[in-house]
Ligand binder design. Structure first.
Ligand SMILES: [Zn+2]
Length: 264
């Protein structure tokens, strides 16, 4: 039995190496292991334990698994993929977190960008998804499509409320196209919540996902809470984004509460 298991593992490894040869995107350096504060289980969130990734041309399941630090077999299981070759371009696959609480494990990071801020946006539309915004941004001539790094869905456009979608920009660790003011595109992670928060309120599912995502990114890149801003709060920005109903104070309060809990 053990021998059979070893053989299967060996076969998977061989396959993985073969697949690695097909990767066409730029190689990125693995992120050094970062010691994170111990997180009390009581602060575990029942919300997103993963993110969504849209498959692009040239990406293999192996490459995706390597970039997110999630086992290929785990990806296959979560997405009911029987053979890695079944992967289809533009398919949206779920990347489960490797931890119990963290929404995403961005294991690879560019040496060129040091993330120092997180800027939060709203889409100012009732409906949308990473895919629909990507189309919009491409038609407006945005270089490399979707300007944000993450999109938090509201349940429209075949998404689930609270889903976190990862954009190509994050996958390849590229500068954003979401906030020109104060040179933020070069140093800020851009997160967009679907909705118009001048007219409606952020739903609990979206808020919980936002807290989980921001808290995780903040710990990973050592970003202070005062560097987490709504788009309109960036000096020089002339916008109402992310809307007058966006709960900035509540977000900061929740992040502070967690920081305090981690320190205890
Ligand atoms: Zn904005």
């Amino acid at each position: 039995m053990a021998k059979k298991f070893l053989l299967i593992n060996f076969a998977i490894l061989c396959f993985a190496f073969l697949q690695a040869g097909c990767v066409t995107y730029q190689s990125v350096e693995p992120l050094p292991v970062i010691a994170r504060p111990a997180i009390p289980p009581s602060y575990a969130l029942p919300v997103p334990v993963g993110v969504y990734h849209q498959v692009e041309s040239g990406q293999t399941l192996w490459a995706i698994s390597r970039n997110y630090g999630v086992d290929v077999t785990k990806l296959m299981k979560y997405n009911s993929i029987r053979k890695p070759q079944e992967l289809v371009v533009r398919e949206r696959i779920f990347i489960p977190s490797s931890g119990s609480r963290l929404p995403v494990e961005p294991l690879y990071v560019s040496r060129a960008i040091r993330w120092r801020y997180i800027i939060i946006h709203h889409s100012a539309t009732d409906v949308g998804s990473a895919e629909s915004f990507e189309k919009g941004h491409l038609s407006r001539g945005f270089y490399r499509g979707l300007g944000y790094h993450f999109v938090i869905d509201n349940g429209s456009k075949a998404t689930k409320a609270g889903d976190i979608e990862v954009s190509r920009r994050w996958f390849y660790q590229m500068a954003g196209a979401h906030c020109n003011a104060a040179g933020m595109n070069e140093k800020a992670i851009g997160i967009c919540l679907v909705g118009n928060f001048d007219e409606e309120r952020v739903t609990k599912k979206q808020f919980d996902s936002l807290v989980a995502l921001v808290d995780h990114l903040r710990l990973l890149y050592n970003i202070p809470i005062y560097n987490i801003k709504g788009h309109k709060d960036v000096s020089g920005a002339t916008t109402r984004c992310p809307g007058s109903n966006f709960p900035s104070a509540k977000l900061k309060k929740e992040l502070s509460r967690r920081e305090f809990a981690y320190r205890k």
